[in-house]
Design a protein around this ligand. Structure first.
Ligand code: ADP
Length: 764
């Protein structure tokens, strides 16, 4: 049987359309139609149609099952009852239903009173009801579209409410569009809510974009959902690229930010692990140099079941603030340092001025030394040693003190620990080079401290005292290095540059004070020596003058005696007068020579001469004295020893030496030798007299220096001074060997042609 035989012709077209649709896509469909035999009004059937596909999946056949629908159309009253029940029900829901014909005239309305109470619409045209205006043209165009078969939807304002209107075409039983069906729903509340949601979303976006903080929203898996411009800018990400990617995925996109993004991922993990908000600083390097320091707050969000929901990340760029803070800290630090330096400078200047006051207190050398040793304590250490170099170029530790008097016995041990001036490093080097030195010894390295004699005996003391740091500065005054001032501390690495400077300042003042005290002492000694010399000189001058006057008085007496005197007596007196006169002349010459020698006003007059002959002459001249004093003399000067010398000055040398040999020779035999040794003339005078005490030996060639008392032996203490000056002016040397009670041997060596001597004077 063909389906066309089952379907009422009026419903055939529609049924055929359903068949075609099933044939096209194979989906099962149903259609309702009247049976072919029906009278066209009351009985209806339902046919279910299914497509049957072949092996290749195409619809090959259609099968259908037609069933009569139960029941008949209801009688008119029943229908009216149903309609009014339906209307009541529709009136309960906020929906307004209406039907129009093709002219858009309201045919039927149902539902709530949305149109407004008492507004009668049925029979009226839509554009009459709406009037002119924008709302009206919107409604007309939607209805127009519905008439063309296209469902439409629009919102309209009606009686201060927002209605959402859906309009669809209305078909008659033949499927022709006969008008429109409209549903109007009151969506005022919904739209308001949507509007407020939209507004708050916009506000949120505005907020996101207007804040300079970087903001990121990530889901529970760490995928970026949203980031504002500031957040994207931090990683130079374009707006289109980031959404849906995780930090690790983003890190693969850009090598530059790779590490920074991995660090972000790791810090996210820490936040998740913490289970609550975290805060940390992250440093994001930036292309083109520099980095941004970001103060990052991360807030994890969880579902009620504890699953991760999302992560809110807020990053505030604190680079400027941090730089400002660093700058502020730096300035603060600088200011603090400047204040500390000013305070230190004040303390130092106070220290130095009080040190200067103390040093100025006394001109006594010993007292100044003691002051110097104590001055720097405890400001510059716990121990202080003062080392001075003597004439013999040896270091003498003149003071060694400790800040606590109870430790003085230890300080004494330190005093014995004197370095050798030739030793490398340490205090000796400070004195040699005039450069300050700082030394530090760690336990076990005590030998490195210059206080030790390096032989080990003082190492124990240094260890016991726990000495760790040494600062040694030179004592230099008026261009002369006097020694060194050394501070010692038990604190390791105690001395810094500023301590070296301070100690240097102190040493300069101390050296000056010591030098002043030395000069003062020397001038005092010089005044004493001068007074002593004056008294000796007056005594020495008075003796020949007295003898001279006595001789002259004797001659007067002889002349006034009225008798012719015995000429022998006169001659003896005259000889005495002459001798005393000569002695006076010699004394005065000596005095004059000393002042000339001092002012370099003596000029040598060189000539070729024989030293042996000169010595023989002098011995002959002093024959009278030798005889008077009963001093035997043996002279070995037979071979001529010729050279270029100043005859008069060499006579002075031989005379002074021979005078002394006679004076201090205790009448024991004297041996005088002149010889030639290695091209030099050598004059030796050996006596067996009183000799010279060893401690006086270094001084006897000095001015006014004597090794005997003026009560026992006359003399000005000038003879040997003049001798040495003359010998040295000739480029020669003088040397003495002597022992008390065993006599003395003076040896003079003279180059025969002195190279370092100019004939007209001394080399400057
Ligand atoms: P003076 O006028 O005292 O002799 P000198 O300068 O000649 O002065 O000698 C200095 C000192 O050296 C003397 O005072 C004396 O003590 C000592 N002296 C010099 N020559 C001898 C000597 N041959 N024997 C012992 N002492 C001597």
């Amino acid at each position: 049987m063909f389906l066309a035989d089952l379907v009422h012709p009026a419903d055939w077209e529609r049924t055929l359309a359903v068949l075609r649709a099933v044939a096209a896509d194979g989906r099962a469909r149903r259609c309702v139609h009247r049976p072919a035999t029906s009278d066209g009004s009351t009985h209806w059937c339902r046919t279910s149609i299914r497509g049957i596909r072949n092996g290749s999946g195409r619809v090959q056949e259609l099968t259908g099952v037609t069933q009569p629908m139960r029941g008949l159309l209801l009688p008119r009253e029943a229908l009216q009852q149903r309609e009014s029940a339906l209307r009541r029900m529709l009136a309960q829901v906020p929906v307004f239903l209406y039907l129009t014909d093709r002219e858009l005239r309201f045919i039927a309305t149902a539902g709530s009173e949305l149109a407004g109470p008492g507004v009668e619409l049925e029979g009226r045209l839509l554009h009459d009801v709406l009037g002119a205006g924008e709302e009206s043209s919107l409604a007309l165009s939607a209805h127009g579209r519905a008439l063309r078969g296209e469902p439409a939807r629009y919102d309209t304002l009606w009686s201060h409410r927002t209605l959402e209107v859906r309009v669809e075409p209305a078909f008659d039983e033949e499927g022709r569009c006969v008008g429109t069906i409209g549903f109007a729903v009151d969506v005022t509340g919904q739209r308001r809510e949507e509007e407020s949601l939209r507004t708050s979303a916009e506000r949120l976006r505005t907020l996101l974009e207007t804040t300079s903080d970087a903001i990121y929203l990530k889901d529970g898996e760490g995928r970026w959902l949203e980031a504002n411009d500031a957040g994207l800018q931090l990683f130079r990400l374009p707006r289109s690229e980031y959404q849906g990617l995780t930090d690790l995925e983003l890190s693969r996109l850009d090598d530059f930010f790779r590490d920074a993004l991995i660090a972000c991922y790791q810090s996210d993990q820490r936040t998740w692990a913490a289970g609550g908000p975290t805060r940390q600083e992250e440093i994001i390097p930036q292309p083109g140099g520099g980095s941004r320091i970001v103060d990052v707050a991360k807030v994890p969000l969880f579902y009620p079941n504890g699953q991760r929901k999302g992560l809110v990340v807020l990053g505030r760029d604190i680079t400027r603030r941090r730089l400002a803070e660093e700058e502020r800290d730096r300035l603060l630090h600088q200011e603090k340092e400047a204040r500390a330096a000013a305070e230190e400078a004040r303390r130092r200047s106070e220290f130095l001025s009080s040190a200067s006051r103390m040093l100025a207190d006394s001109l006594d050398y010993g007292a100044t030394l003691a002051t110097v040793a104590r001055l720097g304590l405890p400001f510059l250490g716990e121990w202080c040693a003062v080392d001075l170099t003597g004439e013999d170029q040896r270091i003498v530790r003149v003071a060694s003190v400790h800040v606590e008097p109870s430790k003085e016995p230890l300080a004494r041990r330190l005093k014995e620990c004197v370095p050798d001036l030739e030793a490398p490093g340490g205090i000796a080097e400070v004195i040699r080079t005039r450069n300050p030195r700082v030394l530090t010894a760690h336990p076990g390295e005590e030998g490195g401290l210059p206080l030790c004699d390096h032989g080990g005996s003082h190492l124990d003391a240094v260890r016991e005292m726990g000495l760790r740091s040494v600062l040694s500065v030179p004592l230099v005054a008026r261009g002369r290095t006097m020694g060194a001032l050394t501070f010692i501390s038990v604190v390791p690495d105690r001395y810094k540059d500023e301590d070296v400077m301070l100690a240097g300042d102190l040493a300069w003042r101390a050296a000056l004070a010591l030098d002043n005290a030395r000069l003062y002492r020397e001038s005092q000694e010089a005044i004493l020596a001068r007074d002593e010399f004056l008294s000796i000189a007056s005594h020495e001058l008075r003796t020949p003058i007295t003898a001279l006057r006595l001789g002259i008085q004797r001659l007067f007496r002889l002349a006034r005696g009225g008798v012719e005197p015995a000429w022998k007596t006169v001659a003896a007196s005259l000889e005495g007068v002459e001798r005393q006169g000569r002695r006076l002349t010699l004394l005065i010459d000596s005095l004059l020579d000393v002042s000339r020698l001092q002012s370099h006003h003596i000029q040598l007059e060189m000539e070729e001469m024989d030293l042996s002959e000169l010595v023989r002459d002098v011995v002959a001249q002093l024959g009278g004295v030798l005889a008077r004093t009963h001093t035997p003399l043996s002279l070995r000067a037979d071979t001529p020893v010729v050279g270029r010398w100043d005859r008069f000055r060499l006579e002075q040398v031989v005379t002074n030496l021979l005078d002394n040999a006679i004076k201090y020779g205790a009448a024991a035999p004297i041996v005088v030798t002149v010889a030639l040794e290695e091209g030099s003339a050598v004059l030796t005078l050996r006596d067996q007299g009183i000799g010279i005490a060893p401690e006086r030996l270094p001084f006897i060639f000095g001015r006014f220096e004597r090794a005997v008392s003026s009560r026992n032996y006359g003399g000005l203490g000038l003879g040997l001074y003049i001798v040495r000056q003359i010998v040295e002016m000739h480029g020669g040397t003088i040397h003495v060997d002597s022992s008390p009670g065993e006599g003395s041997t003076f040896t003079v060596r003279l180059p025969r042609l002195p190279s370092s001597v100019k004939e007209d004077g001394v080399e400057p």
